[in-house]
Design a protein around this ligand. Sequence first.
Ligand SMILES: Nc1ncnc2c1ncn2[C@@H]1O[C@H](COP(=O)(O)OP(=O)(O)OP(=O)(O)O)[C@@H](O)[C@H]1O
Ligand SMILES: [Mg+2]
Length: 254
Amino acid sequence: MAGAVIAVTNQKGGVGKTTTAVNVAFYIAKQGKNVLLVDFDPQGNATSGLGINKQELNRTVLDAVQDGMPLAECIIHTKYKRLDILPATPHLANAEVELAKAQQRFTRLKTTLQNHTYDYVIIDCPPSLSLLTVNGLIAAHYILLPVQAEFYALEGLGQLLETMQLVRKGLNPTLELLGVVLTMVDSRTTLSAQVHEEVKKHFPGKVFTSVVPRNVRLAEAPSHGLPVGAYDRWSKGARAYKSLTKEVMRRVEG
Ligand SMILES: Nc1ncnc2c1ncn2[C@@H]1O[C@H](COP(=O)(O)OP(=O)(O)OP(=O)(O)O)[C@@H](O)[C@H]1O
Ligand SMILES: [Mg+2]
């Protein structure tokens, strides 16, 4: 298998994209694969979530996508075996403006990743359907879609699926929805169960069996700069992401 590139995306804010990207990347590396986590959000939450001090960075994803600096010179080896990150800072927001004027503005990230040697690349997208997100979708083989278990869960997803179709008709015909993961599930409420059913109806065959519960350890871990598996490996959140990761890998590797 040539390394799979997976974009974690949903233009809605705060649905668990970064939490999913960081923790799935962590557990794939644990499973023995080489993983690159690409922080493609100017908020840089995936970067700080892995304990990296953004003030101390010499190179970021911006140098790679904007100036064509080699990937190897921009990544950081994390303290976790087989897990590298291409970090981001708020400067990435400049890329939106600069890239909009640039040649090949849609394929910058794809070009950055073209000779990578990882088994998996996980892209954490920003909460928008911006040029950055489109770059993510064009660079990716798969979309991993986190959906928050709330009343308005499906609202706005039409737009994302339209964007996905446009990308498929254009620069990335083989882009595929890998799956939908329900996040922040509160098993005590019937609402979560209703949303789960609704999402399954909307995405037949695509919803992962593993759901991510609302779990305080998942919310705490990034403030310690740790993936949840390193912060509290027996927490419900950690176990959910471990089991989700196995499903993700099974779908990719068949
Ligand atoms: N399952 C969960 N249980 C409890 N808290 C969670 C869970 N998943 C995420 N959180 C917390 O909710 C907030 C939003 O999560 P996260 O940053 O992963 O979402 P996001 O979609 O990446 O947000 P943004 O759109 O701003 O990039 C964070 O503070 C995170 O720690
Ligand atoms: Mg995020």
